[in-house]
Design a protein around this ligand. Structure first.
Ligand code: ADP
Ligand code: MG
Length: 671
């Protein structure tokens, strides 16, 4: 019985088990010993020989076998960086790129950013000397704009290929293409033990190099019945567990509750370190999960699916898997993208379980039934390319001179309507002409490393003479939803502090106000603390803003201020986001083109006000379709900024007076 197992586990872990001494021994090895003890090490010579022999090689190995940290070092030791040539290694996740680069720099005893560096959006930690470059897949994609044949690279490693992110999938096509005329370029496609035949097949039957895993058995437990509140279960289970997968927004609460329970148990249990890991966690905090656990203590890592395959955390023997993940989903008919919490795939669940068996035999507790595993979960995750908006990628490919997208070499093609919609949207934004060719505006839009709508908003700020403000808004939007801090024990204070920033017009202007006041405070940490603002997010917003401002020269936009007038600012937002217009109607809002019902998010400054016309930054589906970050507009502006998209008839108001409030619910009712 699942539950009784949990209880006996609780009992047994109070004294350090023999298993944990095995782990302690593992942790004591020196770094070079660890390198030599990795599963990949015995295959070093064979691997180098295979790379020498074949231009394209698929490499398959269990998570933690040493693919990401070791292969680039082997290649460097083997002379692949002679003459200043670089070895590039892509990662789907920013955190992984940073953390792995830091680890490799440490193993090589060099300063991060010198020989070993990383490059992620809005953060370049490389230099002239960098020869091992870890980067997000999106960054390598952008490098094609400046170096279409990747001439400065001798090897490209597309790592975590099984993740099948949109950018990785596009890289497959582009790299396969350049490999044809760059016979000196080595291409390695590295993946966890999943789907490698497909990669081989796509790359013209490239050989697969398998690194035999060193995996200890993992016992899998299911629940007997369906669990409705898995969070509570995670907590009940936790006293003896080591890694659990939850959604990012749940991590903080989960950690707090765990710590609270440990405090209550006091000296009755051994010390328990509770460590979160997720994409936006600052790097000093991230580093903590890799520190060895002090003798006698235990460690719980509360992770998003980042710990599934991207990061190897040593010493995990228990995994708790609630079985969910957050997935982007895209409706190609309406063009609406939303984030939805869904059951993860069986492949993901198996990767998660695998984390328990790396250094000793482990156990995985699945907080769902065996039946659900079999019948309610998909075999594998649908590749991102088939469930996302392609605007960004289409604009990039067009800028690379790839016009015929229908015949692009996709491993799995996107749905036809998604591609067509992306072209239509770029046309409406003015990035493409009626022949589907890139316009001058489109070329400038592609220079900015942001989504087309955001890019257009920034470019439109030139015309409306408010680029100063719009740059700030763009930066604040891109650190998304992590500006305001709302600790559980100070909810009232935090909400009051937040209210103080409210200005008429909408959330974008509130964000602008927060940033402006922070600048006036001299970028003060204390100010952030007093106002329940997250300093780290603000610092990041400043970095993003600096970078965007640095690009203004290239796209020839002068940085000027609208001097307190917010109409130009709202018009610039409209020029970028006119697709996201919603009109007040019975019971909520309806999107203008597709009549889909959507709601103002309870955290919005316009939640009470309910203006007639709104533009939203993004939609999130939780209990219903919520618009996050909304701004009030006038319908007439839509005709001004997108005359080829909106007809005046569509924008007629059915009545001239303000509608009564239809969303009668209070914030509390909405949770
Ligand atoms: P793979 O890519 O095959 O999953 P990695 O190269 O990421 O494997 O990891 C190999 C080993 O390197 C891990 O077992 C771990 O011991 C060590 N390692 C990786 N990243 C870090 C890090 N940031 N800090 C400490 N150790 C790390
Ligand atoms: Mg790896």
């Amino acid at each position: 019985d699942f539950v009784s197992t949990a209880i006996t586990m609780k009992g047994t872990t109070e004294a350090p088990s023999s298993r944990s001494s095995e782990i302690q021994a593992f942790m004591k090895q020196s770094m070079q010993e660890v390198r030599r003890s990795l599963p990949i090490f015995p295959y070093r010579e064979d691997l180098l020989a295979a790379i020498h022999e074949h231009q394209i090689l698929v490499i398959e190995g269990e998570t933690g076998s040493g693919k990401t940290t070791q292969i680039p070092q082997y290649l460097l030791e083997d002379g692949y960086t002679k003459g200043g040539m670089k070895i590039g290694c892509t990662q789907p996740r920013r955190v992984a790129a940073m953390s792995v680069a830091a680890r490799v720099a440490e193993e090589m005893s060099v300063k991060l950013g010198n020989e070993v560096g990383y490059s992620i959006r809005f953060e370049d930690c490389t230099s002239e000397r960098t020869v091992l470059k870890y980067m997000t897949d999106g960054m390598l994609l952008r490098e094609f704009l400046t170096e279409p044949d990747l001439a400065s690279y001798s090897v490209i490693i597309i790592d975590e290929a099984h993740e099948r992110t949109l950018h990785t999938d596009i890289l497959f096509g582009l790299i396969k293409d350049i490999a044809r005329f760059r016979s000196d370029l080595k291409v390695l496609v590295a993946s966890a033990t999943l789907d490698t035949e497909r990669f081989s097949c796509f790359f013209d039957d490239a050989p697969v190099f398998r690194i035999p895993g060193r995996r200890f058995p993992v016992d899998i437990y299911y629940t007997k019945n369906k669990i409705y509140c898995y969070k509570e279960q995670v907590l009940i289970m936790h006293p003896s567990s080591c890694c659990t997968f939850v959604l990012q927004e749940e991590i903080e609460a989960c950690c707090e509750l765990l710590q609270e329970r440990c405090r209550r148990l006091g000296s009755k249990i051994a010390e328990l370190l509770v460590l979160p890991i997720y994409a936006n966690l600052p790097s000093d905090m991230q580093a903590k999960i890799f520190n060895p656990t002090p003798p006698g203590a235990r460690k719980v890592v509360v992770a998003t699916n980042i710990a599934e395959t991207s990061l190897t955390i040593d010493g995990i023997i228990y995994v708790i898997d609630p079985g969910f993940c957050k997935q982007k989903s895209y409706n190609a008919r309406t063009g609406m993208e939303s984030l939805i919490v869904t059951p993860c795939s069986r492949a993901s669940a198996n990767q998660r379980a695998g984390r328990a068996g790396r250094v000793a035999a482990g156990k995985c507790f699945r907080l769902y039934t065996a039946w659900a595993f079999k019948h309610e979960m998909e075999e594998t995750t649908v590749p991102e390319i088939q469930r996302t908006n392609l605007g960004n990628v289409v604009l990039l490919l067009k800028s690379l001179g790839i016009n015929d997208l229908i015949h692009f070499d996709f491993m799995d093609p996107p749905p036809h309507e998604t591609l067509v919609l992306a072209l239509e949207q770029l046309y409406a934004l003015g990035a493409l002409n009626h022949l589907g060719e890139l316009t001058k505006l489109g070329r400038r839009m592609a220079e900015l490393p942001v989504d087309p709508m955001l890019s257009k908003m920034i470019l439109a700020s030139e015309q409306y003479k408010c680029s100063e403000e719009v740059l700030t808004i763009a930066a604040m939007l891109s650190v998304n939803n992590s500006i305001f801090y709302r600790p559980k024990d100070k909810v009232v204070h935090a909400d009051n502090a937040r209210m103080n920033f409210v200005v008429p017009g909408g959330d974008h202007l509130v964000l602008l106000n927060v940033y402006t006041q922070w600048v006036e405070s001299g970028y003060s940490t204390q100010w952030c603390y007093e106002n329940f603002i997250q300093f780290r997010s603000m610092r990041r917003a400043r970095d993003v803003r600096d970078q965007l401002e640095g690009l203004m020269d290239r796209i020839e936009v002068e940085v000027v201020s609208s001097q307190g007038d917010n109409i130009p600012i709202r018009k610039a937002v409209t020029a970028g986001y006119f697709y996201h217009t919603a009109r007040l109607s019975k019971g909520g809002y309806k999107t203008v083109k597709h009549q889909q019902t959507v709601y103002v998010h309870p955290n919005s400054s316009l939640f009470e006000e309910q203006p007639r016309w709104l533009i939203y930054h993004e939609l999130v589906f939780t209990t219903k379709e919520f618009m996050r970050q909304v701004i009030e507009i006038e319908s007439g502006w839509l005709l001004e900024v997108a005359p080829h998209y909106y007809k005046s008839k569509e924008l007629e108001d059915s009545s001239s007076k303000k509608m009564p409030r239809k969303q009668g619910k209070t914030k509390e009712e909405l949770g």
